[in-house]
Design a protein around this ligand. Sequence first.
Ligand code: G4P
Length: 519
Amino acid sequence: MTSVRAEAERRRTFAIISHPDAGKTTLTEKLLLYSGAIAEAGAVRARSGRQRDVTSDWMEMERQRGISITSTVLQFPHDGLLFNLLDTPGHRDFSEDTYRVLSAVDAAVIVLDGARGIEAQTLKLFQVAQARGIPLLTFVNKLDRPALSPLALIDDIEDQLGLRATPVTWPVGNGPDFAGVVDRRDRTLWRFERTARGSSIGDERASALEGSDAGSRVAQELDLLDAVEANHDSKRFMAGESTPVFFGSALWNFGVRLLLDAIAEMAPAPQSKSQSRGDPRPIDGELSGFVFKMQANLDARHRDHIAFMRVCSGRFERGMTLVNHRTGKSFSTKYAHQVFGNERQTVDVAHPGDVVGLVNATDLRIGDSLSTSGDAEFPPIPTFAPEHFRIARNLDTARYKQFRKGVAQLDQEGVIQALHTYSGGEREPILAAVGELQFEVALHRLQNEFGAQPQFDPAPYTLARRTDSAGREALSGRRGVEVASRSDGTVLALFSNQSWLDAAVREHPSITLDSIIGL
Ligand code: G4P
């Protein structure tokens, strides 16, 4: 058996983040093509739409909406390494899960649309990734279409993300004139040719840059990059201060292999993870990991829960007993799965960087630290400032108990955040979320799993800030503000809009009003 250290060393655990439509799905698909994990383009997208895979209400919802709700951890080999690509689920319908995934990866790839540069969602995800200190690689996509000039894109990355951009490849033209990319490391030109759309791999042909027409056009830009020393610096990259940039077209499968090779070469292998208290645990020590995502009722016939654990150290073996640090309780891992889209496979062994789905571990919560001894304690996963709010009402007094229990459970699982105001109390909690989809999931589960009869009404807030008792005092009763508390005791000020927040800051400059990220 290979050592845990060697297994960790050959893993790369990462996520792809992007604004909708920038090309995340297409890129994922092409990465999988290289590894042979899928045989044809279109398979990733097709999975969410296949009728025969509809085995639960979840999948019914997924099918109707054509989006992926179920978590997908794609594991694929390439070039002697093993890649774990953690999908950021509910991509279009932003949710807290999208953020939480970033606590379980060692690196991330930002995909930008070459014609649009940094977009709203890219920026949000970037901020979360940066708060986690994750190294980021950038892939500028859709160069086969008219795009912004590469220098403008580099400026955009530097200005908006505050990252030093270090292009590894550089595009030669774009749109109809797109001729390929130059690898700055050896000045090789990789020529772009429009072949059958994305259907073949390995169709990039190398030739010397010198002497080609395209080459002379970009020579100046390359000299400029050299002059300003925009070169990859491993230390700064690992510290989240610089990002290597790649250009290409996911649709045409162009520039993708260079990116994949770079992930292999530049992205870190799983490292020992720091503890809340004390030193990091050795990576080859006892099994330890933390829960970063919960999924309930993937399969309506079984009504089960899956807790997704990122393995941080040691070797996971199915059947081993783990102890939850928070509760001190132990449980058996007889049912451990790897989830690939809708398909599950039993996992017998896993290593640092891998993700294991623990079935029916109902006592687990997001952020729980698990280990064989129960000693491991990883820092909590931050919660995030919600941007969407609903008032939850119970329509059937005879089922109030179910309603209350359901709301508490969904809050605990992190499906939504339940907030209580002085006036609404527990009877009419305010539900808060990062994305609208979270409400649909909550409503569905309250009705179908808990047998409650809830109604979600619009709530007049658009912003939340963390405050404290002084803030509660100062803001209570003000127009445009509502003070509420979370089950963990956090006090939140909810504002109808930005101007009420600005007014509160103006009038009470000394009170705490934090955007919650990073708590
Ligand atoms: P997302 O997951 O980030 O939301 O993006 P996705 O991959 O679904 O891509 C969004 C659209 O952009 C798709 O077109 C996709 O084909 C297209 N696209 C992705 N990469 C490239 C590229 O390199 N060049 C060009 N020209 N287009 C690209 P669609 O019309 O929405 O879907 P489809 O009909 O192609 O499936």
